[in-house]
Design a protein around this ligand. Structure first.
Ligand code: HEC
Ligand code: HEC
Ligand code: HEC
Ligand code: HEC
Ligand code: HEC
Length: 224
């Protein structure tokens, strides 16, 4: 009888004391598991991430590699207002016809341009980069503070077809707003795709003072 009682009381201790916290542990694992699944879905299937590498086919195979990389045309010849307003313009057919009224006029693609020029029907270029409507971006503010096109658009001069190289996510914006120095270059190098500073951070820190650069992190900067 005594023996049995002893057995019983021993039984009580088959599960050690810390077992009390097992339910909590399981809860944590389940919740942790759930949120990492949510995270994976959010990360891989949110459009922002799919857009890295987004490279839609265009109605005319216009090549930045040829026109910028090989012919050396400056970005601002076509994207004329990028220093002045928030949205950068896509050039009208007129700009293309400055050259193509005489260059390659027998090409099937240039005939399309000619037709657009004659009829006044714009070429339906497909948008590559697009922020959600609730966020605000401004090209002129960046370009005039010494942030070059290459910092956000990559080596456009090597692209046959324009491809989105950055996520354009909020964390991407904020990463640079917090530590802009390495991305600040002299204003005359804004559209230069090849130029790199010898010591980008030291130069950037000087230019930040010279240009009075002070990017903000408060919500209303980009959500207004
Ligand atoms: C000769 C005219 C021309 C020049 C020069 C030019 N572009 Fe473009 N750019 C275009 C045209 C046309 C499009 C629209 C078709 C396309 O996306 O390829 C475009 C599209 C773009 C886009 C994608 C726009 C979107 O829809 O999101 C970016 C970014 C861009 N250009 C950056 C640059 C940069 C940076 C330079 C200079 C290094 C440059 N461009 C030089 C004509 C030009
Ligand atoms: C400063 C002059 C200049 C401007 C402006 C210009 N191009 Fe060109 N483009 C050229 C030259 C030069 C070639 C190469 C011709 C060759 O291969 O002999 C060319 C080639 C092309 C080709 C390839 C044609 C083919 O069939 O081989 C296309 C397409 C084209 N350009 C579209 C455009 C578009 C669209 C614009 C306006 C956004 C534009 N170009 C603006 C000079 C220009
Ligand atoms: C700080 C980052 C940044 C810099 C620097 C930058 N861009 Fe952009 N660019 C963007 C973003 C973000 C978008 C998408 C804007 C939107 O959807 O409102 C964009 C869109 C564009 C577009 C499509 C039209 C538009 O405004 O939506 C063109 C063309 C373009 N950029 C050209 C340029 C050129 C040329 C330069 C250099 C002179 C440049 N960008 C510098 C971030 C940048
Ligand atoms: C590579 C660096 C860099 C990236 C990436 C960047 N920014 Fe900026 N941003 C700056 C700098 C530098 C300034 C200029 C601050 C100044 O002039 O004081 C600025 C200024 C701005 C301003 C103007 C603020 C004002 O006071 O009017 C807005 C709006 C803005 N950024 C939005 C964005 C958004 C939205 C994104 C992402 C889609 C973005 N930025 C990505 C560097 C960057
Ligand atoms: C430098 C620019 C910038 C600042 C500052 C900024 N945001 Fe954003 N935010 C963005 C951009 C761009 C997007 C759209 C891209 C994305 O969803 O990541 C965005 C998206 C969001 C979203 C949607 C999230 C999602 O994943 O769809 C929320 C919510 C948000 N911001 C809240 C805030 C709050 C709150 C603050 C202030 C603490 C803030 N933002 C500051 C640029 C900014």
């Amino acid at each position: 009888m005594e023996q049995e009682q002893e057995k019983e009381s021993n039984n009580k201790y088959i599960f050690p004391k810390w077992s009390n916290s097992i339910p909590k542990l399981i809860m944590l694992l389940v919740l942790g598991g759930l949120s990492s699944i949510v995270f994976v879905f959010w990360f891989w299937f949110s459009p922002k991430n799919l857009e890295v590498g987004y490279e839609p086919e265009q109605p005319i195979p216009y090549s930045h590699k040829l026109h910028v990389g090989e012919l050396g045309i400056d970005c601002r010849y076509c994207h004329t207002n990028v220093e002045d307003v928030s949205h950068a313009n896509i050039p009208s057919t007129d700009t293309c016809m400055n050259c193509h009224s005489v260059i390659k006029t027998d090409s099937e693609h240039i005939k399309k341009l000619k037709k657009s020029y004659d009829t006044g029907e714009p070429i339906p270029w497909v948008n590559v980069h697009m922020l959600p409507e609730y966020s605000y971006f401004n090209h002129s503010r960046h370009v005039n503070s010494g942030v070059g096109c290459v910092s956000c658009h990559g080596r456009i001069d090597q692209m046959e077809v324009v491809r989105q190289v950055e996520s354009l996510s909020m964390s991407w914006c904020l990463e640079c707003h917090r530590e802009p120095a390495k991305n600040i270059r002299p204003l005359d190098k804004i559209t230069d795709m090849e130029w790199v500073a010898e010591d980008p951070i030291a130069l950037g820190e000087n230019l930040i003072k010279e240009y009075h650069v002070n990017p903000k992190e408060n919500c209303s900067t980009c959500h207004r």
